[in-house]
Design a protein around this ligand. Sequence first.
Ligand code: BJW
Length: 249
Amino acid sequence: MQAPIQELIPAELQSRFAKARNVLVLTGAGVSAESGVPTFRGGGGAAVWKGMPFDVISSAGMVQQNLQAVWEWFDYRRNLLSELVPNAGHLTIASWQERFPEFTLVTQNVDGLHQKAGSKNVIELHGNIWRARCIACESRFDLRISHPRPDNCISCGERLRPDVVLFGEMLPAGAFELAAERAVRCDLCFVIGTSALVYPAASIPEIAKSAGAYLCEVNPERTPLSNICDEVLSGSAGAILPLIGAATN
Ligand code: BJW
């Protein structure tokens, strides 16, 4: 027989969740794992595309050297994603935006599944796989409505690239600053499904904690942030997140 929800979710977290006024959630690839999106590093392996580790193919250097290969990798992933739907983790996070007076969702994911689940005003630190960006004038194009995918910018004719943040590239202007500002103000911060290895994204929970927030991690594996968390819930986002809401209903 399964344990009652009250025993699965610690009382301190239940109480913090019930009283919270300002909640911030940082997500990573793990939140989409149960929808069928492969993670980058979890599960003992690392993503590889045609023999290239993802930090080589998803790098600023590869855009310079071989933009076509970068597009092949992203076309392949968009094709996979087009069949996938949000899971219970995404849906629970989307429901939280109505539950608290202030709520911020910051994601490192580029898959658009949070928005598909109904989350609004998502701060996307690493861009979105469903957009292309001109390498010269930075015009952006929605790839959900552009078929076939255009190679060149309709404004200036230059080449397009995926509108995602690759290794060694700057985050979108203002995105980290906005997330950091919200992190300073939140009273409860969740860090969900991220290995917390990539910066500056991994500094968001550190900022929240330093400013006094209660920090809760949801992940089947420990991460470099686990030691500073007030609560570590070991398990999958799709199984645990619906319990957190339900325990305090
Ligand atoms: C589950 C689950 C389930 C499984 N439920 N959980 C400070 C210190 C050191 C280095 C740096 C630093 N500051 C900057 C850097 C350099 C670099 C960096 O951080 N490197 C480190 C890796 C060493 N950062 C950058 O380059 C960033 N840019 C930058 O800082 O600009 C300023 C600058 C410019 C130039 C020079 C210097 C500074 C940009 C980072 C961009 C990251 N881009 C990627 C690729 C996006 C494109 C693509 O999709 O291909 O973003 S890398 C990849 O990692 C992707 C992710 O968003 C990101 C984070 O990964 P995430 O989400 O954590 O996933 P995983 O796979 O790592 O983990 C999954 C987790 O889920 C695991 O923990 C599982 O256990 C868990 N899980 N199933 C819940 N069901």
